[in-house]
Design a protein around this ligand. Structure first.
Ligand SMILES: Cc1cc2nc3c(=O)[nH]c(=O)nc-3n(C[C@H](O)[C@H](O)[C@H](O)COP(=O)(O)OP(=O)(O)OC[C@H]3O[C@@H](n4cnc5c(N)ncnc54)[C@H](O)[C@@H]3O)c2cc1C
Length: 548
């Protein structure tokens, strides 16, 4: 029996005493599900705890320390493509879903303070129920994803508030020793600017709790944006496979000068085809979609080599001017550029049938793809994108409430390098990714998100059916080969999955510091061991050597 398991039974008794027996899951079938992700994982969830308050969380942490049992916090545990709910090593999941209060809403200063169990759906419904004109940001993941969980992973969405880590502050954190702090001005009990500023006085601590295992966040403030006077989405198509670089070069000045305030997302043909329908099993059997099939599918579904979307936010005059600048920037670089606002979208919906007859295109099908993206640009969460995780499954996609890619054996791995926003860098990354995936027998689905003003995140998707013998191993081999090749070229991943969390960092001084921080904050190593940690043995620090 290993050390973790030996302390477990006593810890379970103590946790049940604090939380109540019904809030400590030990049912093997539930634990098996919780240890299952969208790719092969080996570690086991040994139990699942469901605290309801931050005091419960503190108590759970103290017990974990007493019995040396590792705890892995999750907010909604839908970290699909990066590890879902599964722990990095054997340990107990701390499911924060019951901490689901919106603690504070300030309509004038445009923020909410929320707990980890608050989902995208919950906040959207809350704002709607208040008749608020404030918009939240939403990711393309499920409406039932946690906003806190996504932010802590440095996730991103679609509106001007889409870079989540930079639009959140005042993290309330339970430290591994059970104490609580609030970051920023939260160090002062009475500071009225706590929810308004990421900086405090002195060193800023927020960053310590993003993609880390230094604390459990039990609340944070998330900023909202006032609905603009006018909003228009734009969509463009580019038939030239080499056309992405020039598009990025054309759009970057508009990002830097503030004309384009939100993230822009540009998907390749594979990505769009996967989002818009089921795999054509009749055409290719179990193989990879080859160029001949792609040509036909592009023609059939009106899909270009690259398809992009973005939003324009402001007064009517500002949006009109932004439109002019976008048109001018993209002239000659795209084959189609369309602007859509609420009025035009509702007109298209009403006239879908006659429009289909006149244009020969299935306008309803087009609207089904368009509407969710349009909504995301306004911060409206959607349940429609998750179907793409089932792309290589021969089974039908379950109804929205039943969707569960972990349970259904959907193979999904995201490999997400961070790239300078230049045409040449982005072309280098997309070419390398495309070649690597095809060489390993996977379709190279890719999107490029112009996430901030200067850098892009390229999300390369490895999608497969986990039921296919050997597919899990092949997918991880492909992921590893791509991650290493990208890092070598200067494009490390911005976010890691739990199977490959310990991709070695290159600077040993950086590693020393991380290790020193970890051992100072969590001397018993009970919080999420292995999560965003350097590989064992890499850069062992003086402090660790002293402690040993
Ligand atoms: C079709 C599809 C589309 C997607 N689109 C997007 C997208 O547009 N943008 C995007 O960013 N992602 C996207 N994803 C990826 C992923 O599903 C989301 O990022 C999702 O929000 C992460 O899961 P979660 O919110 O349930 O977080 P969780 O799984 O709860 O948390 C993620 C990790 O953060 C840590 N953590 C969570 N809560 C806490 C806490 N309170 N304290 C300390 N540590 C904590 C844990 O280590 C946990 O494993 C998509 C996935 C799919 C399948």
């Amino acid at each position: 029996m290993n050390a973790v398991v030996s302390g477990l039974s006593e810890a379970l008794r103590s946790w049940a005493g604090v939380l109540g027996r019904e809030y400590v899951d030990v049912d093997p079938s539930i634990l098996k599900q919780a240890s299952t992700a969208t790719f092969e994982t080996r570690a086991r969830a040994l139990a699942i705890l469901h605290p309801a308050t931050r005091e419960d969380v503190q108590e759970c942490v103290r017990i974990a320390n007493r019995h040396r049992v590792p705890l892995y916090p999750i907010s909604s545990g839908k970290n699909w493509g990066y590890g879902s709910r599964a722990p990095v090593h054997d340990g107990v999941l701390l499911d924060l879903g019951r901490l689901d209060r919106i603690r504070q809403f300030d309509p004038n200063l445009a923020y909410v303070t929320i707990e980890p169990g608050v989902t995208q759906r919950h906040l959207h419904e809350f704002l709607t129920s208040k008749g608020s004109t404030l918009w939240m940001d939403a990711t393309g993941a499920s409406p039932d994803c946690s906003i806190v969980g996504n932010t802590l992973e440095r996730g991103f969405g679609h509106t001007p508030m889409g870079d989540h880590a930079s639009t959140a502050c005042a993290f309330e954190v339970v430290l591994p020793n059970g104490e609580i702090i609030t970051t920023g001005f939260g160090q002062f009990d009475s500071a009225r600017a706590t929810p308004l500023s990421r900086a405090g006085v002195g060193p800023a601590l927020d960053g310590l709790f993003l993609q880390s295992n230094f604390g459990i966040v039990t609340a944070m403030t998330v900023w909202l944006m006032p609905a603009p006077e006018h909003f228009e989405a734009f969509f463009f198509l580019c038939d030239d496979p080499r056309g992405l670089g020039p598009i990025v070069e054309a759009l970057r000045p508009l990002k830097l000068n503030g004309t384009l305030r939100s993230a822009l997302h540009i998907g390749n043909d594979y990505k769009v085809i996967a989002a818009s329908g089921a795999f054509p099993w009749d055409r290719v059997g179990d193989g990879v979609l080859d160029e001949a099939v792609m040509v036909d599918m592009r023609a059939r579904h009106g899909i270009a080599a690259w398809s992009g979307s973005g939003g324009l936010y402001g007064t009517r005059v500002q949006v009109r001017e932004a439109k002019r600048l976008v048109k001018r920037a993209l002239a000659g670089k795209v084959n189609q550029l369309r602007f859509i606002d609420d009025r035009r979208l509702s007109l298209m919906s009403r006239l879908a049938r006659p429009l289909s007859l006149v244009t020969g295109r299935d306008i309803n099908r087009l609207l089904n793809v368009l509407r969710p993206v349009y909504g995301l640009l306004k911060g409206i969460p959607t349940g429609s994108t998750i179907a793409s995780a089932y792309w290589r499954k021969k089974t039908t996609v379950p109804e929205a409430e039943q969707v569960d890619p972990d349970r259904d054996g959907c193979g999904l791995l995201w490999c997400s390098p961070v790239v300078p926003m230049t045409g040449s860098a982005i072309a280098e990354v997309t070419d390398l990714s495309s070649r690597t995936l095809l060489d390993h027998g996977f379709e190279p689905q890719m999107s490029v998100s112009l996430a901030t003003d200067r850098m892009a995140i390229c999300v390369v998707t490895i999608t497969y059916d986990r039921a296919q013998p050997g597919a899990d191993a092949a997918a991880l081999t492909c992921y590893e080969a791509l991650a290493e090749a990208l890092q070598e070229k200067g494009y490390p991943l911005y976010r890691r999955n739990i199977a490959k969390m310990t991709l070695a960092p290159t600077s040993s001084s950086y590693t020393h510091l991380l290790r020193d921080l970890k051992s100072a904050l969590d001397p018993n190593g009970i919080l999420a061991p292995g999560r965003y940690e350097p590989a064992a043995g890499v850069g062992d620090s003086a402090l660790i050597r002293r402690r040993a």
